[in-house]
Design a protein around this ligand. Structure first.
Ligand code: SF4
Length: 118
């Protein structure tokens, strides 16, 4: 699909990492000292990273990209949680992965985000 997504100009990037910290979805990683949009489907196109970039390396562009996948973002966050009860979450199955998530904490997180009900 054609949609709005960020573009990072590597020539302008000084590697400070502020954009990766600002991206709540975890779409940006630092690779060899440069910011990279490594998970396009994690980029919601809202641009929380833009105002944090001191060099103006990040802009928006309209181009072919995978759709924003909120369920994948939530599942990534859930996997950071320490307490685990093994279950295959329907949200995580949408990512075609079958990895365990913590049901109790997952339910609280999803409800707090208004994402889904457990
Ligand atoms: S905030 Fe800007 S300069 Fe800093 S790592 Fe990200 S793109 Fe590079």
């Amino acid at each position: 699909m054609i949609r709005k997504i960020i573009h990072i100009d590597e020539e302008k990037c000084n590697g400070c990492g502020l954009c990766a910290e600002a991206c709540h979805e975890g779409a940006i990683d630092m690779v060899d000292g440069k910011a990279k949009l490594v998970r396009e489907h994690f980029c919601d196109g809202l641009g929380d990273c833009l105002p944090n970039c001191p060099t103006g390396a990040i802009t928006f562009e309209e181009r072919e990209a995978p759709a924003y996948d909120e369920a994948a973002v939530v599942c990534k966050e859930l996997r950071k949680l320490p307490l685990r009860i093994v279950v295959n979450s329907s949200h995580c199955l949408s990512m075609r992965r079958k990895r365990p998530v913590d049901v109790y904490v997952a339910g609280r997180l999803l409800r707090s985000q208004g994402t889904a009900g457990f």
